[in-house]
Design a protein around this ligand. Sequence first.
Ligand code: GLN
Length: 454
Amino acid sequence: AHLDRIERLNPTLNAYLLVDAEGALATAAEVDVARATGEALPRLAGVPVAVKDIACTQGMRTTAGSRMLEDFVPPYDATIVTRLREARMPILGKTNMDEFAMGSSTEHSAFGPTRNPWDLSRIPGGSGGGSSAAVAAYLAPLAIGSDTGGSIRQPAAVTGTVGTKPTYGAVSRYGIIALASSLDQIGPCARTVADAALLHEVIAGHDPMDSTSVDAPVPDVVGASATGDLTGLRVGVVREISGTGEGAFQPGVLARFEESLEQLRALGAEISEVSCPHFGYAMAAYYLILPSEASSNLARYDAMRYGLREVPGGSPSAEQVMGASRDAGFGDEVKRRIILGTYALSSGYYDAYYGQAQKVRTLIARDFEAAFEQVDVLVSPTAPTTAFPLGDKTQDPMAMYLNDIATIPANLAGVPGMSIPSGTADEDGLPVGLQILAPAMQDQRLYAVGAALE
Ligand code: GLN
């Protein structure tokens, strides 16, 4: 049924870059046989899943939304893909994304934008717009996303779906095409909190192949999503990302946020305001740290080992081949960030830019620590606006970056975050997201709160 729907709707939505009907049906058939013979199967066996094209899939083209990897067929699976296979989940295909996960609208994909199923003239968020649009339009019940600054949560918000960025290190990054290694996290996209919890449980857990992987038991996110009792829960509203101060949030977004707070109160939670004074510097720090790490990670696309190879005429040197290949293979946003990152890391500037940004990062982590001494979870709108029209912000990088104002602090501090649907904005009828944030390794709190509000 999902494959039929993909065939019908994907030409319009462009949520999938690759569909593996044969592979998905083969896995489904195997599960059917196993079930018929009474074999014990994992909980999600036979439930199809879509995978963001940032995760390596053995024998299945993996592009990261870039011309640079247009013909790249990985020789191995990312750990999370191995986990999906072990869970016997048919992999429907690979979903569209901003090139190397840089963006908030999926318009930076080298393979055309994904459209928002709610309004085809609008963006589905980014960078994981393909995964969220696929889930929102019932082209997949579940999908994998990656979140470096909001790429799971913001697409979830603008497509009316659920998305979780787990605690940094909770899900393996082995085999994930790296954007900014100290910020990247893999997580689930779903239509309900309980569905997200089930996928979270499949992909989370220690992996010796990822040196940043946390070696601790996975919190009981599935159990938490089944509770719903919030009596006495202390909920903090972060003044700096509540949208009431600077950085205008859309009125319809703020109205839904106020309603969510009312709902939380009605469920027995105690709401208070907390201040995280350094959150105002999060964007600036992020847009130094991310380009710095990205410029280093993307140095591997040298046209020698794998990826696009452009050979200019004459007898070009290796350096000329690299130059021509990187010029042809990378889009404008990727080049912009490589230049910015290389500059910020260069000798003489390192302390002033990268070093300074790292100090700000520490202050933001301390803001979270102080806040979580007072409250159990924090809430905010996920994004300042609903889905904006395609083309609206492509010429204005700063406007695009501002979408992540509420989601970036969690990545800088490594804490988990979730976006759940909280109705639609009165002015445009488009979905609004509520963000829930919890202390590191307390991912289950997101699910408890999310499920109670759903
Ligand atoms: N929109 C943010 C950026 O462009 C977040 C990206 C992400 O989370 N991968 O960097």
